[in-house]
Design a binder for this molecule. Sequence first.
Ligand code: ADP
Ligand code: MG
Length: 253
Amino acid sequence: MGGFAVMSGAAVLTIDNLTVAYDRHPAVHHVSGTFAAGSLTAIAGPNGAGKSTLLKAIIGDIKVSEGRISHRLKRTEFGYLPQAADINRRFPISVLETVLLGAWKTAGAFGNIGTGDETRAKEALATVGLAGFERRPIGALSAGQFQRVLFARLLMQDASVILLDEPFTAIDARTTRDLLQIVTNWHGEGRTVVAVLHDFDQVRGHFPETLLMARELIAWGPTPHAMSPTNLMRARMMAERWDETGDVCEPTT
Ligand code: ADP
Ligand code: MG
């Protein structure tokens, strides 16, 4: 317990006045706040609120337009699960090979995958309920089974900060329950976990902290406060405005 939270509660990731724009149209607009080491945070907000963009900016996959994101982590110390639409499942590799990709952190892109890694990958598959699926091609799996494989890969990667983009959207109830348990376990181990979620019951039931955004930050803090009816109403109203105005961000400096 607590192996990852060297100083539990200290900021592991700080966001300062962050704006991320696509062709000058801001998807994330002047957002500031911190993720504490060992925190478990939901990111909520309407479609198009900039949630996926925020995660991509954090892992460094997308350019920051203004402001900054500060942390002391290497790219490989982030575990990242992209939104399903961004994942190509026609790639002809097996379940075991997919999980072993999580070992690249230690092996390096051209390093050798050892038998120890293979043992760990099989253990990770057993943890997500897929023992015996090692040789199946990933294209032959159901959506729920494939999501279990991606969680096994995250287990394999053993990251201290884990970012999940809509991990349970279009996933069956049983798989969701099992994978939510893994998220809870990660939190118990002291990892910092952030998940974009649509299901408010999941947020309220399992996530102590919530970041509610609608391009701008609406609220960031303890879930009961962040997800208050007033805040949710504000998020909805801001989303309705986007349809009417094509806002453009001018640098403030
Ligand atoms: P969310 O994940 O909250 O639904 P996104 O971060 O995916 O929101 O998108 C936020 C806004 O940025 C949306 O208006 C979306 O259309 C726009 N957007 C996202 N990705 C791109 C892109 N690659 N190019 C241009 N606009 C984009
Ligand atoms: Mg998204």
